[in-house]
Ligand binder design. Structure first.
Ligand code: HEC
Length: 174
């Protein structure tokens, strides 16, 4: 194949430019197009990757879909330690306080709008309704939502939802 000199020149320049941008990781203040170069691929002279055993099944990641009734018997896998309680309170402040209020009494800043619109307002955690739920039911309700309470299944992982159950119990005086 023959190329005329200007084309060769452009090709070399383009290759050089690509080489420079592709090899200087972190050159962009914001790595918007992270390019395939930065993927965790196997590089030259790296040892073989270990493949998972053929009968391995994933035990983390996707949550298994269960019904409300099936959730009733589930035990909270997150222990009520001071650290877990603190994390539960944190998760609560981030995700739930606006509706359920600082103390879990159902009087969050937006609760009034529910009432004004004629919707069932956020529930107090000290109510019989919530105190009478099993831990498994609470985690199901937080995961999938109920009435006008949104689902949290895309925002919180299973561990976080169970941790929140600790916070509900604490706020509900249980
Ligand atoms: C947008 C407002 C809103 C947010 C945010 C919200 N809730 Fe609710 N929640 C509600 C409403 C409204 C209800 C009552 C729904 C109904 O009965 O129709 C409710 C009900 C509940 C109940 C009682 C369910 C039952 O049937 O016993 C629990 C427990 C609860 N929420 C926990 C949480 C937790 C934990 C969070 C944060 C992860 C949260 N909620 C976030 C509005 C909200």
């Amino acid at each position: 194949m023959r190329s005329s000199p200007p084309e060769v020149c452009i090709a070399i320049l383009a290759a050089a430019a690509l080489g420079v941008t592709a090899c200087t990781q972190g050159a962009y203040p914001l790595d918007f197009f992270n390019e395939m170069h930065y993927q965790p691929s196997q590089r030259r002279e790296q040892p073989d990757r270990l493949a998972p055993p053929p009968d391995a099944v994933p035990i983390t990641g996707r949550r298994s879909a269960i019904s409300f009734d099936q959730a009733t018997e589930l035990q909270n896998p997150v222990n009520r330690t001071p650290a877990n309680l603190e994390r539960g309170r944190q998760l609560y402040r981030l995700n739930c306080v606006a509706c359920h209020g600082q103390n879990g009494d159902g009087h969050g800043v937006v609760a009034g709008y529910f009432q004004a619109a004629g919707f069932v307002p956020p529930v107090a955690f000290s109510s019989e309704r919530v105190r009478g739920r099993t831990d498994g039911q609470l985690q199901w309700l937080i995961t999938y939502g109920i009435g006008n309470m949104p689902t949290f299944k895309h925002l919180l992982n299973e561990q976080d939802v169970w941790t929140l159950v600790l916070a509900i119990r604490e706020l509900g005086g249980q």
